[in-house]
Design a protein around this ligand. Structure first.
Ligand code: ADP
Length: 504
């Protein structure tokens, strides 16, 4: 591979092995000047490892990189930034109680006076359409605004290459459009962008070039605009990706009844829930749409039993279960899968087997008289690993070593395998690749076809339209009247989601 002026970065035969996984296997990649280059692959394909190598967070075992014609081997992210490589992570690292400007200042490598910084923030926000008010407190901002802070922080350091990891997963359609305008402008002005995403239509619209990884290897370099989404998905997975099959709705008796539920958020920047009433039947999926921060976390906490609710607000099989704690709820077949995988749904430092005990010890009889049945627990974990195609070393792997999508498959598998009567899932396929997302949706559909009632909270509208029987929107902590999904038009859904119609 010859260095040429149109290259920004050449990655040459880079390999990285973790204990028993070859995460990057002789990866070679050329990023051209002023191009938006998509990096695609299933969960566990090696995308994060590759970008962490480029950003100096992980050292490759073999191979080399050339940045702007010079040998490039950053020891840490600061060196990467000094060489002109910036990265916007999927999870923002911001302090909620500080202002936009304070957060930006904290993230900069070089000291700057706050007055000149304020000017620069305003300048960059104006130049790139990244609307931000430097004095606002971050806790009051939307996901889109938080992301803009991270982008501005990167742009202040003048990157020649900007890496973006799943940038649109937390954004509303309007925010996505704004982001694309900014990225197109940056690339027109000469910045190269390496763009990780699972949203294939977005990639086709935005990216001029693309690379597909599978099992740590480069499978193909391709031109997104002339390759169909199903061709891309097939290359990622290595086989045809099927669409979900929904059996005819067989909604029966009301099993869950939420009655005029109001609750104040436990966090200062959370959303209070206002007079929520909802009835869910056996054999149906009720989809709840809404942008992040509309009260989803608060609703989930009341359903898991972590937030206390008033009497006569939460009925399961006609019994008031508002006073039951999370464990007691699980024992009566009322399961929940929160959005935050590590820390909430799974204990990061525990093995997959131990993580099974957390929620399934009673329902699966994994513990008897205080003794763990290791054979049974191991078999249960192995069943989930096999059935849900979880790519992990084995059932003794620590939860934190799994890639986000694989951990998600494991956690959803753990809950669905307990044959719940009611299951509530927040963001079932967040950060999960096309094939795994399809698998999870199908598993949910199969479960409700046997009579389980499901509430699916998601920011992915397409997902809700695909699998839900009825749809409702959570906006500013209030919920609209659920409607039959197939009877709704896209503009009606848009209206339900619009904050203008919601009570403040
Ligand atoms: P992707 O970003 O495409 O989902 P990753 O680069 O995160 O893929 O992971 C590639 C493979 O390397 C996966 O099998 C993952 O489990 C493994 N892996 C990643 N990070 C670690 C780590 N710190 N320790 C052990 N295995 C890891």
């Amino acid at each position: 591979m010859k260095t040429n002026k149109s290259n920004v970065l050449q990655v040459i035969n880079v390999s990285k092995k973790y204990a028993n996984v070859l995460a990057n296997d002789e990866v070679s990649l050329t990023l051209n000047h002023a191009q938006i280059h998509a990096l695609l692959g299933e969960n566990g394909a090696g995308k994060s490892t590759l970008v962490k190598i480029i950003y100096g967070l992980v050292k490759p075992d073999r191979g080399k990189m050339i940045l702007n014609g010079q040998k490039y081997a950053p020891d840490n992210p600061q060196k990467a930034r000094m060489s002109g490589v910036g990265m916007v992570f999927q999870h923002f690292s911001l302090f909620d109680s500080l202002t936009v400007a304070q957060n930006i200042l904290l993230g900069l490598d070089k000291r700057q006076s706050s007055t000149s910084l304020l000017d620069k923030i305003v300048q960059i926000s104006t130049d790139y359409g990244l609307a931000l008010e430097p004095r606002m407190i971050v806790g009051d901002l939307s996901a889109g605004e938080r992301q803009r802070i991270e982008i501005v922080r990167c742009l202040l350091q003048n990157p020649k290459l900007l890496i973006m990891d799943e940038p649109t997963s937390v954004l509303t359609p309007t925010e996505i459009e704004q982001l694309f305008n900014t990225l197109n402008q940056l690339s027109a002005q000469g910045t190269s962008i390496l763009y990780i995403s699972h949203k294939l239509e977005e990639v086709r619209k935005l990216c001029g070039e693309g690379t597909i990884l599978r099992n740590g290897q480069v499978i193909k370099n391709f031109i997104p605009s002339t390759t169909t989404s199903s061709e891309i998905a097939e290359l990622m997975v290595g086989k045809k990706v099927q669409s979900t099959i929904k059996s005819k709705s067989r909604a029966k008796n009301i099993i869950l009844n939420i009655n005029n539920l109001s609750i104040d958020s436990r966090t200062p920047f959370g959303t209070n829930l206002k007079n929520i009433s909802l009835k869910v039947r056996q054999g149906e999926i009720l989809g709840i749409g809404g942008v992040a921060g509309s009260g989803q976390d608060e609703l989930l906490l009341t359903l898991t039993g972590e937030s206390k609710v008033k009497k006569n607000t939460l009925f399961y099989k006609n019994k008031d279960i508002g006073n039951l704690n999370p464990q007691e709820r699980r024992e009566i077949g009322f399961l929940t899968a929160p959005e935050e995988r590590l820390g909430h749904a799974a204990a990061p430092e525990m093995t997959l087997m131990e993580n099974c005990l957390i929620t399934a010890k009673k329902s699966k009889n994994l513990m008897v008289h205080g003794w763990i049945n290791f054979t049974k627990t191991g078999d249960f974990a192995n069943d989930i690993i096999k059935k849900f195609d979880v790519r992990a070393g084995d059932n003794k792997s620590l939860a934190k070593t799994l890639s986000g999508g694989n951990l998600q498959k494991f956690l959803i598998g753990r809950e669905l395998s307990q044959d719940p009567e009611v299951i509530i899932v927040n963001q079932p396929t967040w950060g999960v690749d096309a094939a795994a997302a399809q698998f999870i949706r199908q598993a949910l559909l199969n479960l409700v076809s046997h009579g389980t009632a499901a509430i699916i909270i998601s920011q992915d509208l397409d997902e809700l339209i695909e699998i839900s029987d009825r749809f409702t929107a959570l906006v500013n902590g209030s919920m609209s009247t659920p409607r039959i999904t197939t009877e709704l038009t896209v503009s009606e859904i848009g209206l339900m989601l619009s904050t203008e119609n919601a009570p403040k």
